[in-house]
Design a protein around this ligand. Sequence first.
Ligand code: 5AD
Ligand code: SF4
Length: 448
Amino acid sequence: MDKRAFIKSYGCQMNVYDATRMADQLRAAGYAIVDEADGADLIVLNTCHIREKAAEKVYSELGRLKGAVGASGAPTMIGVAGCVAQAEGEEIVRRQPRVDFVVGPQAYHRLPALIAGAARGEKPVDTDLDEDKFDHLPAPSRRAIAARGVTAFLTVQEGCDKFCAFCVVPYTRGAEVSRPVAQVLEEARRLVDAGVREVTLLGQNVNAYHGSDGTGGTASLAELVGCLAEVDGLERIRFTTSHPNDMSDDLVAAFADEPKLMPYLHLPVQSGSDRVLKAMNRCHTAAHYVGLIARIRRARPDLALSGDFIVGFPGETEEDFEATMALVAEVGYAAAYSFKYSPRPGTPAAGRPDQVPPEVASVRLRRLQGALASQQRAFNEACVGRRLPVLLEKPGRRAGQLVGRSPYLQPVHVRAEVGAIGATVDVDVATAEGNSLFGAIVERSEAA
Ligand code: 5AD
Ligand code: SF4
């Protein structure tokens, strides 16, 4: 019988993607990938270091897994991957001796060798920041891709050179590296061939993409999107996450010109106060961001905008926070993620003496989240009565229902047969509840 491996991912979408690449390697090494820890012979925790809570979760999970045994009754091999692995390395094995190996996000192409070392009791730790991981990873099988569904993540860029004062990413993911256009296209074609209809291009700083174009030059993200749009069978393209300063004119124009590029943009601003933005080393002002959004909306008036916010950054005053609330009111978000500032070891802001008391940050976070939630509700309600193309992705909660996504990334629930998964259908949106839309598929003759 195959040995069983379970990979648990925390954090961002790139970790979800990395988990698929690790799973492909494990399958090639004879493991069956299972979706629960119970009875697994190998457990890999694919961790996130972005905020303190995320990192601490890993240690409590490791504590819970201490007594884990595989199908044969032998102790489960436990590996720690991802950004905590990168940031803490050897320290993880010291703190939790039950861990058998540690592998950083730029080293997981050596997973089979690390597992072999761990089996010999060597407790290997590999946190090298290699730049050529993708040259060494096995391509996923058609079956493995198909099992993951009709939408897929595709990492095109990794790392970050921006060094925002709060952020661990430049340390955990290393310097910015872009994959060559040809490599991305090959992976996209393979995905589409196995039934994928939508890809989300991933990068910590995805709009800084500058991959080799194969003729000695580099291609921008807009050019990459243009190449991908020519892949037959690929219907939708998205990308995340972007920095405002890398939102080039050609990328803004792509929102007007490229029908396969979906009208959804995740563009974090973090704060609406210029003083705080400066202290965060964001290298732009609130006005610059607002002006940029206006330009993008001129290119694509129905754009659904999403963002990230941090409240309670060191030195943030009531007035600074009000500037964030004002920016939110002015811009209008369809979705957003907001966080209390969490001091991260090794980042410049962590050592500042003017930390904001957690109670103050909590009050601000509640206010901000209230405003963002009502904007999201308003955006969803404005879709009621509209006819939207929906890519049907998977069975819904009730029998006879499927759930898909609108162009704006909202989940849309409809009555439909399982056989329709992968189809893009027109849906008349009837209601909006929570974060989802509900509607009915328009019959073809009616839609024509
Ligand atoms: N504290 C709180 N939030 C953070 N983020 C990144 N670092 C921190 C931190 N130290 C948030 C930012 C970023 C998102 C991925 O996580 O908003 O855009
Ligand atoms: Fe977490 Fe950032 Fe690493 Fe993603 S890149 S797993 S968000 S620390």
